[in-house]
Design a protein around this ligand. Structure first.
Ligand code: C2O
Length: 535
C-alpha cells in the first residue's frame, strides 16, 4: 500500500457560464476540482489550505473512514470549519473499498462548485469483475447558478421560501451547446470505434435527481456507490445527488457525433425542463461540423422508469464480493421524512418551510459533534432521538394539519457497537411529496426493500431481498413511499445522515448516529489529529 499526497488550495476563480461571469470557490482553481486517485489499501493525505474568505470543510463522500470520523469532513458534525488562512490534513485510509466515489465541500451550499471525483483502483493484479475497459472517463453532473449561490440561500432563508432553481445542469462543469454562450463550454469525449469505455458518473447536483443517457448507445451498469453490481444494460440511468454509477459503453455505432445528456427527474408534472445539460461523444476523425442528435431521456415525471430502473440494481454477490446482509436485526428504527412549516418571526408571512425526521428539525451545533462525544462536552447534543414518530398517522395521505409543526433539536440516536440496524425511511406528504435521497456517512447499507404508500410492518418485511440487495451509501426514498435499509454498526463515531438535496438539508432534514465504541482495542474511535480545526 502506498501513501498518496494531495494539496488542495481553496481559492476563488472567475468563471463564466451562460454569458455570466462570477467568482466561484474552487480547489486549485479547477472547476470541477481535481480527481483523487488511489488504490484499495492506500493511505491518502489531503492537505486543505483555505485561501478564500469562506469557512471550508471537505467531505469524502462514501469513504467509510473506519474509526476515524476526524477525516470525514461535515462541518460541525465531525470537525469545525477550516478558517481562512488555515490548513487541515485529511488522513484517509482506504480499506475494503474500490470504485468511484467523490469529494465535496460540506458547509453551507459551497459544494455547488467545490467537488471532484475519487477513483479507487482495485488492488494490484485484481481485475474488475467485468470486461476490462480500454479507457475510462469521469462524468460529473452538476448545477450552475448565474447568481451567487450563497446569496440565493440567504434570500431563501429570509423569505422562508425555496431559493431559486439553478439555471443549468452541467456535465464536467459545462452546460453544453443547448445554452447561450456555451458552445465552448461543452465537454467532448473522443472515442475510437470498437473500444470499450468505463464511465464513472457522479451526481454532484445540489437539488436534482438526474436521468443520463447517450444517443444511440447502451449503458451497462456495473457498479454503484463503489460496490459492484450484477451487470445490466439500459438506455438511460437514474442517479440521485450523492450517488455514483459506473457504466460500460461500447463505441460500436456508426462513427459520428452523439449527444450525452442529463436532465432532472422531478416527480412533478409542473416541472419546466429548461436545464438539460449536453456533452458530446465524438468518434475519432469525425469533424466538429456534424450535428449530434439528442438521446431519448425518460420524461421528467416518469416514475415508472425510476421504479423499474431501481429494481434492477443488485449487488454482484459473488464469492469474491459477497453481500453480507444482516439477517437478524438488533435495532428497528422507523423515521418519517417530510417537509413542514415552522413559525419564523423574521420571515414573510411569519412562517418558513422546514423539514424533519420523526417531527424533529435538526439544529446545527456550534461545536463538532464528534469532539463533543469524544471529549464528553456536555450540552451540545442529546441522544434521545426517537426510534419512531411521536404519533402514527396516515403518512402518505395525511391532512395538511397533521404533525405539520416540528420540534427543534440536536437530537441523536445512540447505537451499540456491532449491532445490526434496520431503518425504514417513510416519506410523508404533510406539505408536498418529494423523493429524498438519504446519505449515511461512515457506512454502506443494504437497500432491502422499497415500496409506495405506508410501510406495512406485518406484510412488507416478508418481501425484503436479503440475498443480493444493492449496497450503497445514498438511497432515494420514493415520493409517497418508503425504503428499508440494513447495516451493521461496526464503525464507532458520530455519523451524519441527511437528505442529499441541499435545500432539504438546510431546512433540517438530517440527524446523526452515535455509534459507541466496542470492547476490543481496535474497536474504538482513534484519537483526533493535532491539527483538527477548533471552533
Ligand atoms: Cu455527500 Cu453529508 O454528504
Amino acid at each position: 500500500a502506498a501513501v498518496k499526497m494531495y494539496q488542495f488550495n481553496i481559492q476563488l476563480r472567475n468563471v463564466s457560464r451562460l454569458c455570466h461571469a462570477k467568482p466561484i470557490v474552487t480547489v486549485n482553481g479547477m472547476f470541477p476540482g481535481p480527481t483523487v486517485y488511489a488504490r484499495e489499501g492506500d493511505r491518502v493525505l489531503v492537505n486543505v489550505t483555505n485561501y478564500a474568505q469562506y469557512n471550508m470543510s471537505i467531505h469524502w463522500h462514501g469513504l467509510k473512514q473506519y474509526r476515524n470520523g476526524w477525516a470525514d469532513g461535515p462541518a460541525y458534525i465531525t470537525q469545525c470549519p477550516i478558517k481562512t488562512g488555515n490548513s487541515y490534513v485529511y488522513d484517509i485510509n482506504i480499506t475494503g473499498q474500490r470504485g468511484t466515489l467523490w469529494w465535496h465541500a460540506h458547509i453551507f451550499w459551497l459544494r455547488a462548485t467545490v467537488y471532484g471525483a475519487i477513483v479507487i483502483m482495485p488492488k494490484q493484479r485484481t481485475p474488475f469483475p467485468f470486461p476490462q475497459p480500454d479507457r475510462e472517463d469521469n462524468i460529473l453532473l452538476g448545477e450552475w447558478w448565474n447568481n451567487d449561490v450563497e446569496e440565493v440561500v440567504r434570500q431563501g432563508n429570509k423569505l422562508g421560501l425555496p431559493p431559486n432553481m439553478s439555471d443549468a445542469h452541467t456535465i464536467n462543469g459545462k452546460p453544453g451547446p443547448l445554452f447561450p454562450c456555451s458552445e465552448k463550454h461543452t465537454f467532448v469525449m473522443e472515442v475510437e470505434q470498437r473500444k470499450t469505455y468505463l464511465l464513472r458518473i457522479v451526481n454532484a447536483a445540489l437539488n436534482d435527481e438526474l436521468f443520463f443517457a447517450i444517443a444511440g448507445h447502451n449503458l451497462t451498469v456495473v457498479e454503484i456507490d463503489a460496490v459492484y453490481t450484477k451487470p445490466f444494460t439500459t438506455h438511460a440511468i437514474l442517479i440521485a445527488p450523492g450517488q455514483t454509477t459506473n457504466v460500460l459503453v461500447q463505441a460500436n455505432q456508426v462513427p459520428s457525433r452523439y449527444f450525452m445528456a442529463a436532465r432532472a427527474f422531478m416527480d412533478a408534472p409542473l416541472s419546466i425542463d429548461n436545464k438539460t445539460a449536453a456533452a458530446i461523444l465524438q468518434y475519432k476523425g469525425i469533424p466538429n461540423t456534424v450535428v449530434p442528435i439528442l438521446p431519448q431521456l425518460p420524461a421528467p415525471n416518469d416514475t415508472a422508469f425510476a421504479l423499474s430502473y431501481n429494481a434492477k440494481l443488485r449487488s454482484l454477490n459473488s464469492p469474491q464480493f459477497p453481500a453480507n446482509v444482516p439477517l437478524k436485526v438488533d435495532r428497528h428504527l422507523f423515521y418519517t421524512a417530510g417537509l413542514g412549516m415552522n413559525s419564523c418571526p423574521t420571515c414573510l408571512n411569519g412562517t418558513r418551510l422546514t423539514a424533519s425526521l420523526n417531527n424533529i428539525t435538526f439544529v446545527m451545533p456550534q461545536v463538532g459533534l464528534l469532539q463533543a462525544h469524544y471529549f464528553s462536552i456536555k450540552g451540545v447534543f442529546t441522544t434521545d432521538f426517537p426510534d419512531r414518530p411521536p404519533l402514527a398517522f396516515n403518512y402518505t395521505s395525511a391532512p395538511l394539519t397533521a404533525n405539520l409543526g416540528t420540534v427543534l433539536g440536536t437530537r441523536l440516536s445512540k447505537i451499540a457497537f456491532n449491532s445490526t440496524v434496520e431503518l425504514v425511511l417513510q416519506d410523508t406528504n404533510l406539505l408536498t411529496v418529494e423523493s429524498h435521497p438519504f446519505h449515511l456517512h461512515g457506512y454502506n447499507f443494504f437497500v432491502v426493500g422499497t415500496g409506495v404508500g405506508n410501510f406495512n410492518t406485518s406484510k412488507d418485511p416478508a418481501k425484503f431481498n436479503l440475498v443480493d440487495p444493492p449496497e450503497r451509501n445514498t438511497v432515494g426514498v420514493p415520493t409517497g413511499g418508503w425504503t428499508a435499509i440494513r447495516f451493521r454498526a461496526d464503525n464507532p463515531g458520530v455519523w451524519f445522515m441527511h437528505c442529499h438535496l441541499e435545500l432539504h438539508t438546510s431546512w433540517g432534514l438530517k440527524t446523526a448516529f452515535v455509534v459507541e465504541n466496542g470492547k476490543g482495542a481496535d474497536q474504538s474511535i482513534l484519537p483526533p489529529p493535532k491539527d483538527l480545526p477548533s471552533c
